[in-house]
Design a protein around this ligand. Structure first.
Ligand code: ZN
Length: 312
């Protein structure tokens, strides 16, 4: 059974960033290469914009033709695209210099996909990461699963600063102390030690304290487990598997960062969706459990390798 693998937008974004630099060095001469560059740049823009998913990464010949030649003529565009198709395909074969350089950098290779529509609808092109070859030589390997980052963010305005933040020791201490104060003051208020002499003020302080407590808990969990749930009210759309993950920021003095992602994965036993959740059985670890067999089809969740092994 051949299943179209979902696009990991994070991996795609990294490869496209590299491809953008590649084209700055190897300026495209052939029209086919110019089309490739355009598709790379346009897709990168979409990946980096908010609340856009992979269904938007498709372009028709007219759209491509218009961008490069400044005019839109569907018949001309179709013929033009056809005459450069071979050239475009050559840019994205596994052995092309772009893909060899991507592979050398440890990034996913890129491939081009042409979607032919029946019934007169125009063909479309898209750039995606090369599909991974799944080897099922051993039973254990067959049970391994892959977690795919399908979206980076759709935050509410106030959540934006946290989407991709660096957690330097100074920021962590400041945030930690502030949150603790915001928790302690309401407790003192409730105990009557602090008197605000105004009911609305006292109530607001207590409500703020509850939110601060919840945030402190999230931050604490992120530090301890490298993953925590994305607060429900921070997201525009409800959805499952919205998480904060710790990352390596790449900066020497401030190695820790955090980012918000939405993740999807399929159960390798029955093919159903996995839900990433905390498990009491595994001592509060975040695990991937099958939507329809949550106590039997259970996988580990490694947010760095994006792999999961069948647990027990
Ligand atoms: Zn299952």
């Amino acid at each position: 059974m051949e299943v179209e693998e979902k696009q990991d937008v994070e991996e795609l974004g990294q490869s496209l960033e590299f491809a953008k630099k590649f084209f700055q060095i190897h300026s495209p001469q052939l029209v086919g290469d110019q089309i490739g560059e355009l598709l790379v740049l346009k897709t990168l823009e979409l990946v980096q914009s908010e609340a856009v998913d992979e269904s938007h990464y498709y372009f028709t010949a007219v759209e491509i033709f218009e961008q490069i030649n400044g005019e839109g003529n569907s018949e001309k565009a179709r013929r033009w695209m056809k005459s450069h198709d071979e050239n475009l395909a050559a840019l994205f074969v596994q052995t092309s210099s772009l893909n060899v350089e991507l592979a050398n950098k440890g990034l996913s290779t890129l491939s081009i996909q042409r979607v032919e529509h029946k019934g007169g609808k125009a063909n479309q092109w898209r750039v995606r990461t090369g599909k991974e070859r799944v080897t099922s030589s051993s039973r254990n390997e067959a049970a391994d699963i892959r977690y795919v980052v399908t979206a980076l963010h759709d935050p509410m305005p106030w959540a934006k600063p946290f989407m991709n933040a660096i957690l330097s020791p100074r920021i962590l201490i400041t945030v930690g102390v502030t949150l603790l104060l915001l928790v302690i003051i309401p407790i003192y208020t409730l105990l009557g030690i602090i008197d605000w002499s105004s009911k609305p003020v006292a109530t607001s302080v207590v409500i703020l304290g509850i939110f601060a407590g919840l945030m402190f808990h999230r931050l604490h969990e992120l530090m301890n487990k490298g993953v925590t749930a994305f607060p429900v009210l921070w997201s525009r759309k409800l959805g499952r598997n919205k998480l904060f993950l710790s990352t390596s920021s790449g900066i020497e003095d401030n190695p820790l960062g955090m980012k918000a992602v939405t993740i999807e994965a399929k159960c390798s036993i029955c093919g159903e969706d996995l839900i990433i959740d905390k498990s009491r059985e595994f001592h509060g670890r975040y695990i991937g459990k099958c939507r329809i067999a949550p106590s039997e089809h259970v996988f580990s969740f490694d947010h760095i390798t994006k792999r999961g092994k069948l647990l027990r």
